[in-house]
Design a protein around this ligand. Structure first.
Ligand SMILES: [Zn+2]
Length: 445
């Protein structure tokens, strides 16, 4: 539920039109039926065993139980023994910054962004929400994805986010186009320019990224970012670390936390504020783990599912001194895991996001599946973790009418798995195929 004073009319109307038009334009008369599989629809409801999904014109026409007859003339694909789930919605990503073992603004090109989006697609991700580091060409790519001429996951973009001069996010990390206002008047002006592009959300960085010498954003400025974003019908996602900042942001009306509170355990006052203002929480546990886990050589590192997601040279990079372990992140992950559990138990909406693509160790495509495992390790059930990455994220980003569940009228963005992720959440990594907009875009990653 939105708060009554906040209705993102413009962005929702734009999105609805943009998503419906290509489906109509490409309407095909021949339906395709995925038949005989277990269907986990993303809503949290009981799976359908031996069910069928009828797809036509990029959209799901119906979801049926056992014994349903396929429509006349349909192309039927036998998927007995497989499990179907909605394609994931990556709720916090960055596009173009990394390329091989290099990271920086010079990598942000259409070719590199396209390559990365194609990787996300192979890993079963149907929507990528990119958090404030895009260059303006992203809007043209978003348009071409929506009209069907660019075959990549759907793009939700925060365009250019709001950061701090000389502070977060560091330009050296490749985040060169971010607005860095110093006055409220400048915030207003920057927001007007951003809103003209009709972004899907607004990103703001408020903290010092754990570096005491880095300047934080002044509270009146982020308050202005939230106020001006809402005046333009846009939701605001915040980069946070400290509980005190998170409390202030929550009181000032932020819509989404794009990271975990990691300096301390959340308290009852914060939980109450999250509930009262219906603020969504995207913990990005993979981010914290990525600072130390590769040194430990976990079993999953040796598997093709991980290695296949790495650009050339990254495997060697992760085994070289260039990969610097940040010991403090172990504690950050432990606190973040406790906090997500406390907030989830209290009924706060938990979304799936990773910060994949922001740095080399945050491996796009793989990170989203690893995050599912980390959410389960933190105390969510496999079903709840899947909901975070599908229907809950769709709700957070306002795209629930088109995506996030397998149901009649939704986009046919579907992942085919060889095993049931409710038995073991790691089974989302056993991808047999990915369908986006009713077209098979890949077999295994
Ligand atoms: Zn980020």
């Amino acid at each position: 539920m939105q708060r009554p004073d906040f209705v993102p009319i413009r962005s929702l109307a734009t999105l609805t039109l943009a998503l419906l038009l290509p489906a109509a334009a490409h309407a095909q008369s021949v339906p395709t039926v995925l038949q005989g599989a277990r269907i986990i629809d993303g809503s949290g409801g009981k799976p359908i065993e031996n069910g069928s999904i009828v797809m036509r014109g990029g959209v799901i026409e119906s979801v049926q139980g056992p014994g349903a007859k396929p429509p006349a003339g349909a192309k039927v694909i036998d998927l007995r023994g497989k499990t179907l789930m909605p394609a994931l919605i990556a709720g916090h990503a960055h596009l173009g910054i990394t390329n091989g073992t290099k990271a920086g603004a010079e990598n942000v090109t259409e070719a590199n962004v396209t390559r990365q989006l194609q990787k996300y697609a192979r890993y079963g991700i149907g929507t990528v929400a990119t958090f404030g580091t895009d260059h303006d060409f992203i809007y043209g790519m978003r348009d071409r994805q929506r009209d069907g001429s660019l075959k990549v996951p759907a793009i939700l973009t925060a365009g250019r986010g709001f950061g701090v001069p000389g502070g977060a996010p560091p330009i050296a990390m490749g985040m060169d186009k971010v607005y860095r206002p110093t006055t409220e008047a400048q915030v207003k002006q920057d927001m007007r320019e951003l809103a003209a592009h009709r972004p899907d959300l607004v990103k703001v960085w408020v903290d010092d990224m754990g570096k005491p010498d880095m300047k934080k954003m002044a509270p009146p400025l982020y308050k202005a970012v939230i106020r001006e974003a809402h005046a333009n019908g846009l939701k605001v996602a915040a980069h946070v670390y400290y509980l005190e900042d998170a409390k202030r942001l929550a009181r000032d009306g932020v819509d989404i936390f794009g990271h975990s509170v990691r300096d301390r355990d959340v308290d009852a006052a914060f939980i109450a504020l999250m509930k009262k203002n219906d603020i969504a929480y995207i913990p990005t546990l993979d981010l914290d783990e990525s600072f130390f886990v590769y040194k430990e050589q976990p079993d999953w590192m040796k598997k093709d599912f991980f290695r296949g997601a790495l650009d050339a040279g990254v495997w060697e990079w992760l085994h070289s001194p260039k990969y610097e372990v940040k010991e403090k992140s172990r504690q950050d992950l432990a606190i973040a895991s406790r906090n997500v559990q406390a907030l989830h138990r209290a009924g706060v909406r938990i979304g799936l996001g990773t910060d994949s693509g922001a740095t080399i160790p945050r491996v796009q495509g793989f990170a989203e599946h690893r995050e599912l495992q980390l959410l389960v390790a933190a105390g969510l059930t496999p079903m709840q973790a899947l909901q975070a990455g599908t229907s809950v994220n769709a709700g957070i980003f306002g795209i629930g009418a088109q995506r996030g569940t397998l149901a009649a009228g939704k986009r046919a963005d579907i992942v085919v798995l060889d095993a049931n992720p409710l038995d073991d959440i790691g089974n989302t990594q056993k991808i047999d195929g990915v369908w986006l907009g009713g077209e098979k875009v890949s077999k295994q990653p």
